[in-house]
Design a protein around this ligand. Structure first.
Ligand code: 13P
Length: 248
């Protein structure tokens, strides 16, 4: 099995300002970590983030990209443009985009493939709602989300990027999946990857997201198939985000 380097990704969501970002970057620059780090900010702050992370072992990321190539798509941002401003990562298929902006399993897969086509590393998100979990449908829902991705992206490609398992009921709720609950789904995702490509599946990083905090990060990251985290609320506080990076 290939050794997987831990990856910690910040998802600032629709938060930040030039002043707040500058303060965050000053504090973050003084920290130390030894895992891979991505910081995913709103589009308009990507140049500021690129400059602020220069020289650090941390790369800027976006939170979405257009499914299309550049052209007449008012209000959209193409993967080519993200590359142009120095972006390396892009979150794709976050549950907020699936739930609030109608992104389907196939659209998410198209966007992941677009990211690969332009040389961005997608962090492809999957996860079930509380109702789906309570109905016993977790593995089926996540399996279908993954199936769509695997129709358009190879496991070898995914090994250059990342997946993120984010149970919707754990996002921003303070209610974290237990390490065992998360590990069960991560192992199922890896088994599905292995059915598609047994030799590459061990190299794909599967992040956990959903109320990760400095206090619960270590336990989650100790699970055999949890290869890091996608951090929402706690990533807005540089000291907390650094503590989570150090836990990895
Ligand atoms: P929280 O860490 O705020 O629960 O958000 C998780 C998330 O959605 C990261 O993408």
């Amino acid at each position: 099995m290939t050794a997987r380097r831990k990856l910690i990704a910040a998802n600032w969501k629709m938060n930040g300002s030039r002043a707040a970002n500058a303060a965050w970057l000053t504090e973050f620059r003084a920290g130390r970590w030894s895992c891979d780090v991505a910081v995913c900010a709103p589009f308009v702050y990507l140049p500021q983030l690129r400059d602020g992370l220069a020289g650090l072992a941390a790369e800027p990321g976006a939170q979405n990209l257009a499914a299309e190539t550049p052209g007449a798509f008012t209000g959209e941002v193409a993967g080519e443009m993200l590359i142009d401003v120095g972006c390396k990562w892009v979150i794709v298929g976050h549950s907020e985009r699936r739930a609030l902006y109608g992104e389907t399993n196939d659209l998410v897969a198209v966007k992941a493939a677009r990211a690969f086509a332009v040389g961005l590393k997608p962090i492809v998100c999957v996860g079930e709602t509380l109702a789906e979990r309570e109905a016993g449908g977790t593995l089926e829902v996540v399996g279908a989300q993954m199936d769509a991705v695997l129709k358009r992206c190879s496991v070898v490609q995914l090994a250059q990027a990342a997946l993120a398992y984010e149970p919707v009921w754990a996002i921003g709720t303070g209610r974290t999946a237990t390490p065992a609950q998360a590990q069960e789904v991560h192992a199922a995702i890896r088994a599905q990857l292995a059915r598609a490509d047994a030799s590459a599946a061990g190299a794909v990083r599967i992040l956990y997201g959903g109320s990760v905090k400095p206090g619960n990060a270590k336990e989650l990251f100790a699970q055999p198939d949890i290869d890091g985290g996608l951090i929402g609320g706690a990533s807005l506080v540089a000291a907390d985000f650094l503590a989570i990076c150090q836990a990895a």
